[in-house]
Design a protein around this ligand. Structure first.
Ligand code: MG
Length: 250
């Protein structure tokens, strides 16, 4: 069933973009909610930062905003409460507080089987590139330990590298550039609606792995080419996905 779904989704992608075939040479991979099971802690840390300001917000708000830059996230709540953007020094101070809260919640664990996914990609000579909206050193430092050699510079794009965060295509376009590949020579691996939008806007075949509390429908609505219901499920099928992506022709 899943094999048939993958093949159909690749065909739809090729039709939509007018390509005869594609070749997966790079995988552009989101970090939070894909490589790390960090989203519950991020959402809680944001909630503990923004709610005490008297600004109305829920933990779910932050799951849906996942992938946004610091500036965009903070300004969204500032505009909701006051009708204007947060001054840069306030924004930086709030982000420091969010980082402090995130650290206090303890280390987020590696996403189950994400290492198997990375190993399967590298075994097929697929260049892995990190494309995260996060600027948070805590997890970025762990990458070399948890996923050795997978995301060496320059194959690491963070919130500090881009002007416009997800859902703008900029982060994933930069990922294509770093890997020196065209949109039909890559796949995006995401877990959040804004990240999916960004990958699709960059013209890349976008796989969503649903690792959090949102519905698969929200990911399809954002434009995901295919949705897997967990990381272990995706990791078990990633080799077949690459094979199908490389061999399906219109
Ligand atoms: Mg994510």
């Amino acid at each position: 069933m899943i094999m048939k779904n993958i093949k159909e989704s690749v065909k739809r992608y090729l039709e939509r973009h007018g390509y005869g075939s594609m070749q997966c040479r790079a995988a552009l991979i989101d970090m939070d909610g894909v490589l790390y099971d960090s989203m519950p802690n991020h959402a809680e840390a944001w909630y503990r930062t923004i709610a005490p300001l008297g600004i109305s917000c829920t933990r779910e708000d932050f799951f849906l905003l996942e992938g946004s830059t610091r500036t965009r996230t903070i300004n969204m709540f500032y505009n909701r409460a006051y009708g204007y953007d947060a001054p840069e020094e306030v924004s930086l101070a709030l982000y420091d507080e969010k980082v402090r809260q995130f650290r206090a919640l303890g280390e987020a664990s590696r996403m189950p089987d994400a290492d198997k996914m990375i190993a399967a990609l590298l075994a097929r000579d697929v260049r892995t590139v990190l494309v995260t909206g996060s600027s948070q050193g805590t997890l970025l430092e762990l990458l070399d330990v948890d996923y050795p050699r997978a995301f060496n510079m320059p194959y690491r794009i963070t919130g500090e590298d881009v002007k416009h965060g997800k859902p703008s295509p900029e982060p994933y376009l930069m990922g294509l550039q770093r890997a020196a590949v065209e949109p039909h020579e890559a796949i995006v691996i995401e877990n959040a609606p804004l990240g999916v939008e960004s990958g699709v806007a960059a013209g890349v075949f976008t796989v969503a792995v649903n690792t959090g509390p949102i519905s698969a429908k929200a990911l399809y609505d954002a434009g995901a080419d295919i949705v897997f219901d967990s990381m272990p499920h995706f990791a078990a099928h990633v080799a077949e996905l690459i094979e199908i992506v490389n061999t399906t022709k219109l």
